[in-house]
Design a binder for this molecule. Structure first.
Ligand SMILES: [Zn+2]
Length: 221
């Protein structure tokens, strides 16, 4: 894994300095791929596109902000930047807050936020916790995924798999299988097989995808 430059940003509201790392190159050694399309790769860290300023709590897109500078860990010029806040991924509540505040200005941004919410809930399962805190939590989960469904780009096989997965989460196994079977991509055959199998078992929830036939990497990115 070779880190890229660290990008330095200034909070658009209060000017607090926030940094975000980047990656020059990595690999999917030790990756775990899940049925919701999320993969966790120790050698391929991801960096947030949307974050929250720790100083003033404002939410903003780093991906839309021009960096005020960059540095490499090997040649530090500004010591303040080294100790600045590091951009963090948001918690589920913050993502809901971002939706309420109209932070998503287009379909792509709304897809990103709603997908992060869906993944955030599934992170509970990934870390061995309960999916929902209570009934109202389950309601907002359901509302989010119903609004996420129409945002997927159906010409993209990976997004079609995510759409199928949401139908599976909702217990609509027939629709899930229909979408999965309509995907014509040989590289995804092993994924299709696993998901159809789970539908037959009437399992609604997240599973880790393990390719029994080859140690292939990250196909769902
Ligand atoms: Zn701020």
């Amino acid at each position: 894994m070779i880190p890229g430059p660290v990008f330095v940003y200034s909070c658009p509201t209060c000017g607090n300095v926030i940094t975000r790392g980047s990656l020059m190159s990595g690999n999917n050694f030790g990756s775990k791929i899940f049925s919701d399309g999320k993969s966790i790769s120790p050698m391929l860290p991801e960096f947030p596109k949307l974050t929250k300023c720790k100083k003033c709590n404002s939410l903003f897109w780093l991906s839309n902000l021009k960096p005020i500078g960059t540095f490499y860990w090997s040649e530090i010029k500004n010591i303040e930047w080294v100790f600045a806040d590091k951009a963090q991924f948001l918690e589920i509540d913050d993502y809901f807050n971002a939706i309420d505040k109209g932070i998503a200005k287009n379909k792509k941004e709304e897809l990103y936020i709603r997908q992060q919410i869906w993944w955030g809930y599934n992170d509970n399962l990934r870390s061995g916790k309960k999916l929902f805190k209570d009934e109202s939590d389950e309601q907002r989960w359901a509302e989010n995924i119903s609004k996420l469904k129409p945002l997927f780009d159906q010409s993209d096989s990976n997004q079609r798999i995510m759409l199928a997965e949401i139908n599976r989460n909702l217990g609509d196994f027939e629709t899930c299988i229909g979408i999965i079977e309509s995907i014509d991509d040989e590289e995804l055959n092993w994924v299709k097989e696993i998901i159809i199998d789970e539908c037959k078992k009437k399992n609604k929830w997240l599973i880790e995808l393990k390719d029994k036939t080859s140690p292939r990497g990250n196909l769902l990115k």
